[in-house]
Design a protein around this ligand. Sequence first.
Ligand code: ADP
Ligand code: MG
Length: 240
Amino acid sequence: MIEVKELHKSFGTNDVLNGITERIEQGEKIAIIGPSGSGKSTFLRCLNLLERPTSGEIWVDGENITDPKCNIDKVRQKMGMVFQHFNLFPHLTILDNITLAPIQLKLMSKEEAQNKAYELLERIGLRDKADTYPAMLSGGQKQRIAIIRALAMNPEVMLFDEPTSALDPEMVGEVLDLIKELADEGMTMVIVTHEMGFAKEVATRVMFVDEGVIKEQNTPNEFFESPQNPRLKEFLSKVL
Ligand code: ADP
Ligand code: MG
């Protein structure tokens, strides 16, 4: 579904991604772990061109999205993105937050988009919050809204960038539970996380990104039970 070839990204003289070549198949759940500043967010943001690669290619469903002729809006519709800090629009109601993109991009009529939004709100038990504003919600509620806002676009793949890192500890579980449900339903996902237990339980493959390259990757059991790379061993010894 996603193919990355020799991906490089620099900000000025800061070489952040140093040659990532990788394939992600439909249905895979990839967990990405690694030290702060190692390029995890930049990698995720390159996948839907929130950052333009300095060089290399990214192919999604057989289309080279790094080709300047590619319609990136169309590609982004296939890729739901969820950020650490929710990024809900504070001046819009929850309902409008969820329906804005599908309506503006003319993917659905207003009525269709609203019906879909209510259905998704129902699913997470927040139907009664439709007409309130993000500021009225807890962090866990906001992040679950951000997730269903992405789902409202019927994406083929979900990209999560540390979706629980900004939450109070008691709210982490409700967000991870929702992500786990999506995983169980077969959603393809790439998730940058510090939640090792979650990575172990949900991921089909875990990657260790360090200094802008994938230094090691494996099935969760192998990855956590018998890490090879010294930097990974050191990292795991600090976080586990
Ligand atoms: P991680 O998510 O692993 O913590 P990031 O991908 O956010 O790492 O950042 C990797 C490096 O890229 C850091 O040195 C960061 O300062 C730099 N960086 C990220 N985004 C930008 C940007 N938009 N402009 C300049 N430098 C950036
Ligand atoms: Mg990051």
